[in-house]
Ligand binder design. Structure first.
Ligand code: ATP
Length: 308
């Protein structure tokens, strides 16, 4: 049974359709990333998953139960972080976490519940444990917010922009932490981000949201196949090279910034044969390289924003 099931969900605010006919499923143990530019509808969708707002139309099921606005019954099994990390500024990191533990009525330490000390350690907050929250950097405040979401080892973790404000080392830490949770405890994770390169290394499945619509869904390991690739070459005489290649069934076209580019599948799989053709035509390549669309360019192409 899917951990999250979203069916035909629409959320409208007067003339703005924030989420438009979205259906998706998140399976147990998956790390699902909702990817979208600012305003794509990620936060709105996440709020509906948590019953913080009601959809205009459609239904949401989380952990097998229908979610309705204001119903907090599933929250005991869900850890979440939505929008700006909030903490009591005058309390220390340890006190903030202790408060969450009590509010959630969690026992001190049991077999499947992490203690405050454990979660502080897991999130590398030990040096800051006795510092007041208001003195923390944005990155450490984000860590504290994650610690609050994780304190009870939830079955499902819902995180809106979890790596926002973290430095590259912090991003790697969070990635390792989430992958470890998914592995060791079978925790299912749904997170949102606007950085494809970041989530590509973390998520097992990626849904691309744009203007409230789910434009594409991929398994992370399929992502490579979706990206455009071409062979870029330069020679001392591109006109002669163009003729020689056409005579051998290739379809070269001028590349931006000079040289030729080939997108023919057999050119990409056998660039050595392209080189051989050019050598025989007496225009050997001075440069021959396979160029792969980077993840962000791919993402912008999918959402149709590449010329924006
Ligand atoms: P960001 O990364 O900037 O947080 P997002 O993908 O989370 O973006 P949402 O916050 O879900 O996007 O917003 C989606 C759209 O819905 C935006 O156009 C936003 O202005 C609009 N919207 C969200 N909440 C409301 C609201 N309460 N009233 C009116 N419009 C809203």
């Amino acid at each position: 049974m899917p951990v999250i099931e979203v069916n035909g969900v629409v959320k409208r605010y007067r003339d703005v359709t924030a989420v438009d006919e979205v259906s998706l499923r998140v399976q147990p143990g998956q790390i699902y990333a909702l990817l979208g530019l600012n305003g794509a509808g990620k936060t709105t969708l996440i709020r509906m998953l948590l019953g913080m707002i009601a959809p205009t139309r459609g239904s949401v099921h989380v952990l097998g139960a229908a979610v309705s606005a204001g119903d907090r019954s599933a929250w005991a099994r869900v850890g979440y972080l939505v929008e700006a990390p909030a903490a009591y500024p005058e309390l220390t990191v340890r006190e903030n976490l202790e408060l969450v533990r009590r509010l959630r009525r969690l026992p001190g330490v049991t077999a499947n519940v992490t203690g405050v000390a454990d979660v502080i350690d897991q999130l590398a907050l030990t040096p800051y444990a006795d510092r007041r929250a208001r003195t923390l950097s944005l990155g450490n405040l984000q860590r504290l917010a994650l610690a609050k979401a994780l304190i009870h080892i939830p079955d499902l973790l819902i995180l809106d922009e979890p790596v926002n404000g973290l430095d590259p080392a912090g991003v790697v830490e969070i990635r390792t932490l989430l992958a470890g949770l998914a592995h060791q405890h079978g925790t299912t994770v749904l997170l949102s981000s606007h950085l494809l390169a970041e989530v590509a290394r973390l998520a097992t499945r990626i849904g691309i949201l744009h203007h409230g619509r789910l434009r594409a869904e991929h398994h992370a390991d399929q992502l490579d196949r979706q990206r455009h690739r071409h062979l870029h070459l330069t020679t001392r005489d591109d006109t002669a090279a163009d003729h020689a290649l056409r005579a051998h069934g290739y379809h070269p076209h001028p590349a931006d910034g000079g040289g030729l580019q080939l997108t023919d599948e057999h050119a990409l799989t056998r660039p050595d044969q392209v080189a051989t053709v050019l050598v025989h035509a007496d225009v050997p390549p001075t440069r021959l390289v396979t160029v792969e669309e980077d993840l962000e360019t791919y993402f912008l192409r999918i959402v149709g924003a590449d010329h924006a």
